[in-house]
Design a protein around this ligand. Structure first.
Ligand SMILES: *Cc1c(COP(=O)(O)O)cnc(C)c1O
Length: 367
């Protein structure tokens, strides 16, 4: 019997509740590890997972990494102009992007994003090129919460301006196609659509780039010899992580469909309201962090209603990288668009534990 006592306190609605494959789904893969007695170092499960991941995004070359942040770091280390300098990047992104840029030895230069796509555009980057106080070594383009980046527009940007582009498409692994010579980095963190716990990948059509990136994940060993040909580190995943990855791939179509359906359920409930879902979410692509974009003058009342209804919400990307103490001093453009936009982007509860009544309760807080 459902609880009929209306005086009972409403249980809080969690904002995110990931679900990775159950132990039983992992077992066949774990037994393969027991037989093979290879536990890391690009073993058979890692190779199979790499192949299936590459097939998912359309057959590009694939380098698995320890996480999404290290994927970006390695891609920038390989691609940035020699001599280093600034890396153009949006201020509105998850803070991991800024860490990766710094770990690659570059200085972030924070830029605005387009308020419609929530992404950096080639136009914004091109306009900034002259105002950066020093050489520009690379651009890090960020996919907004899983939206597919405009690969063709950025290929044209690189051709025109000669600045290498790397994509932080951390949350977009199921939205990608047509990957070219500009590396596309994704995260396989538990909170992403294709979550394995911790992991990442770099996709690139250039086989030489992929070979070098993969070598960098294993102490720079190129080929079979234990000779370090380029500087890297240990950025590998273990066979156990690959086992989880293979089990995730088995269930991926159903998982993506469920995310699509949940997005639709929200979209129906928001019809006619001034709060809108992030453009494109649920139609062309799916996300694990569904955002409502709320009009500026309703942000405070909306978050207050959510709090009162015990609906957990989150600004997944906070208020911009420049608002974090660790990055408060990095050089940046005028960020008034970001400052106005970031507070309006509100992450809604989004997981398979939400009932229809829960969705009604969330939507009831949005106007
Ligand atoms: C998740 C995320 C990352 C970091 O990925 P990890 O696997 O957690 O290191 C980087 N950038 C963006 C935009 C992300 O959403």
């Amino acid at each position: 019997m459902p609880n009929q006592d209306t005086r009972a306190p409403l249980p809080a609605i969690k904002v995110l509740l990931p679900r990775l494959p159950a132990a039983a789904k992992l077992m066949p893969y774990l037994e393969r590890i027991d037989s093979a007695r290879t536990y890391s170092n690009y073993g058979p499960l890692t190779r199979e997972f790499t192949q299936r991941l590459g097939d998912l995004v359309g057959g590009s070359h694939t380098t698995l990494t320890s996480n999404g942040t290290t994927a970006i770091e390695l891609a920038l280390r390989l691609r940035a102009r020699p001599g280093g300098g600034h890396c153009l990047m949006p201020a509105f992104t998850f803070i991991a992007s800024a860490h990766a840029v710094c770990n690659a030895g570059l200085t972030p230069y924070l830029l605005e994003t387009d308020p419609n796509s929530l992404a950096l555009t080639p136009e914004i980057a091109a306009a900034a090129l002259d105002s950066v106080p020093g050489p520009v070594a690379a651009v890090l383009v960020v996919s907004a919460f899983g939206a597919p980046p405009d690969l063709a527009a950025w290929a044209a940007f690189e051709e025109r301006h000669g600045v290498p582009v790397v994509f932080d498409a951390a949350a977009a692994v199921t939205s990608l196609s047509g990957i070219g010579h500009q590396p596309v980095c994704v995260s396989l963190h538990a909170t992403k659509v294709l979550g394995i716990g911790e992991g990442g990948a770099i996709f690139c059509a250039d086989p030489d780039f992929a070979a070098r990136a993969t070598a960098m994940t294993g102490f720079g060993f190129l080929g079979a010899e234990r000779v370090s040909s380029l500087r890297g580190g240990n950025y590998r995943i273990s066979e156990y992580a690959a086992a989880v990855g293979l089990a995730v791939m088995d269930g991926l179509p159903a998982h993506v469909q469920a995310l699509r359906d949940l997005t639709t359920a929200y979209a129906c409930r928001l019809e006619g309201k001034s709060a809108v879902l992030q453009r494109g979410a649920g139609s062309g692509w799916v996300t694990m962090t569904l955002n409502a974009i709320v009009p500026a003058d309703q942000v405070e009342a909306t978050t207050q209603r959510l709090d009162e209804a015990k609906v957990e919400w989150r600004r997944w990307w906070g208020l911009g990288c420049h608002r974090h103490p660790a990055f408060a001093d990095v050089p940046r453009a005028d960020l008034r668009v970001t400052d106005a936009l970031a507070p309006r982007v509100i992450g809604l509860p989004f997981h398979d534990g939400l009932s229809q009544a829960d969705l009604d309760r969330v939507a009831g807080c949005l106007q």
